[in-house]
Design a protein around this ligand. Structure first.
Ligand code: ATP
Ligand code: MG
Length: 456
């Protein structure tokens, strides 16, 4: 095979160069040159055509759909996040921090599919076949149709897939796979992109579902799965706290289902176990029924998260009252306290205030205002709000509750986690359908919200 040429192309202005440069001479930006393989005519032809006849436009109404059955794993949580199971021919990316349990999850899924007499190929570029066997032994996995391959060369991987013709393939991880034609190291942007497009081609041609593991770097840009998100059919994030055993699987993008779903697992000695009652898990950490504790549904990027906000209001002993905030903008606290004082009549000027977002999360969006305000009022009055309330809303300077974005997603997340009441801006009441089993209360002012949550 003739060696294919590569060139470096500026991702911002399109400048081409045979060598890598730190600064683009075209647009003078730094680090924008990325290696690209010059596609030959035949390579491009392969990509778009899988038959000799040229494709013709078809009428949408005439396109026949076969009812494609989805492959179901035994993990309901995973099936739900995928939109009802694995779609044949789909390319799915699973991202997550190191050691969170990506390999464990995919090995378990592979095992479950192998039990259904499907040939499964688990390709690990990070661990030897023996290491994978060690993990499998710990998880109690032994199956006749589960094949393990320790390989990093994309060409060999493609050949092996051709030979074995499996029904499900796992690539762990995309950052370790390389193509010989690309000179940059495995894990670099160009390698990751080239290998993924090759896998995409294999998945679509063979109608084979492929799951790819992607590492998330702190910066998130270079060689991270961010770049891949456009290429794949679904992106799932596997996340969890370092000191806790719970893991959450969220869909960030899904071409075959909703991204509002999340799956919760617990990491145990024998592997990941589904948690089918997430609200209880979530409530475990909460200071239930304590004054000053409220729950907000906040958006983290495109994802809603439910977080507890805690406040402690106590009389100032001397000097100026203190205003401390952890996890939220510290200017919001005095502002919301001023609103509470002026519009609701709470005498907060001689009180110290400590406001904290539990669990070390950082929130910076206006929709958390209401939860913070009610939390402060609750601690000041020493009256606890109902434990299954979730609060969403921005507070204006006149004490009005302002509209927030993505209300439906926030409320859905709250309903999913078992909350019974959502207190939301009155202006957000229309134009969407509320999930069942959750009461929606629209409020116009902080005063009204206090009345609803804390009583008179
Ligand atoms: N004996 C054990 N008992 C309980 N949990 C364990 C045990 N061994 C490993 N684990 C858990 O499994 C995690 C490692 O899982 P896994 O290797 O699947 O993660 P990963 O996301 O693939 O990591 P990497 O990014 O390194 O590939 C550990 O962080 C730990 O939480
Ligand atoms: Mg791993």
């Amino acid at each position: 095979m003739a060696k294919r040429k590569s060139k470096f192309v500026c991702q911002s202005c399109g400048y081409e160069s045979p060598k890598w440069m730190g600064k683009c001479p075209g647009c003078h930006q730094w680090n924008t040159l990325v290696e690209e393989i010059e596609a030959t005519k035949s390579a491009r032809g392969n990509w778009t055509k899988d038959s000799t006849a040229a494709r013709k436009p078809e009428k949408l109404a005439n396109i026949q759909l076969q009812d494609e059955p989805r492959m179901k794993t035994q993990m309901q949580e995973l099936n739900r996040v995928l939109g009802g199971g694995i779609v044949p021919g789909s390319l799915v990316l699973i991202g997550g921090d190191p050691g969170i349990g990506k390999s464990t999850l995919l090995l378990q899924v592979s095992h479950q599919l192998a039990l259904d007499k499907l040939d499964v190929l688990y390709i690990s570029g990070e661990e030897s076949a023996r290491q994978t066997k060690l993990r499998a032994d710990r998880l109690g996995i032994a199956s006749d149709s589960l094949y393990v391959l320790s390989e990093t060369n994309m060409l060999d991987i493609a050949n092996q897939i051709d030979q074995l013709n499996p029904s499900f393939v796992v690539i762990d991880s995309i950052q370790t796979i390389f193509k010989e034609e690309v000179t940059s190291a495995p894990g670099s942007v160009s390698q990751v992109r080239e290998c993924t497009s090759e896998l995409l081609r294999i998945a679509k041609q063979k109608h084979l579902p492929i799951f790819i593991v992607g590492h998330v770097t702190k910066e998130g840009s270079i060689a991270g799965p961010r770049l891949l998100e456009h290429m794949v059919d679904a992106v799932l994030y596997f996340e969890g706290e370092r000191h806790h055993t719970f893991r959450i699987l969220r869909g960030v993008k899904n071409r075959f289902g909703s991204t509002n779903e999340m799956g919760i697992f617990e990491m145990k000695e024998e592997g990941l176990v589904e948690v089918l009652n997430p609200s209880e898990v979530f409530l475990e950490e909460r200071s239930q029924g304590a004054a000053g504790s409220t729950i907000v549904a906040s958006m983290e990027g495109t994802r809603p998260v439910l977080v507890e906000i805690q406040s402690l209001i106590s009389p100032t002993s001397f000097g100026n009252p203190r205003r401390m905030a952890t996890g939220i903008d510290h200017n919001r606290v005095p502002l919301l306290m001023a609103v509470l004082e002026k519009r609701v009549g709470l005498m907060l000027q001689n009180q110290d205030a400590y406001v904290k977002v539990a669990g070390g999360v950082k929130l910076d969006e206006p929709a958390i205002d209401l939860a913070v305000a009610i939390s402060i009022a609750s601690s000041f009055r020493d009256k606890s709000p109902q434990t299954d309330d979730v609060l969403i809303g921005e507070v204006g300077l006149t004490g009005e509750i302002r509209r927030v974005s993505r209300i439906e997603q926030r409320v859905q997340e709250a309903a999913k986690l078992g909350f019974k009441r959502a207190i939301i801006p009155a202006k957000n009441m229309d134009g969407w359908t509320a999930p069942k089993h959750i009461e929606i209360i629209g409020v116009q002012s902080v005063q009204e919200a206090i009345k609803v949550t804390l009583g008179d």
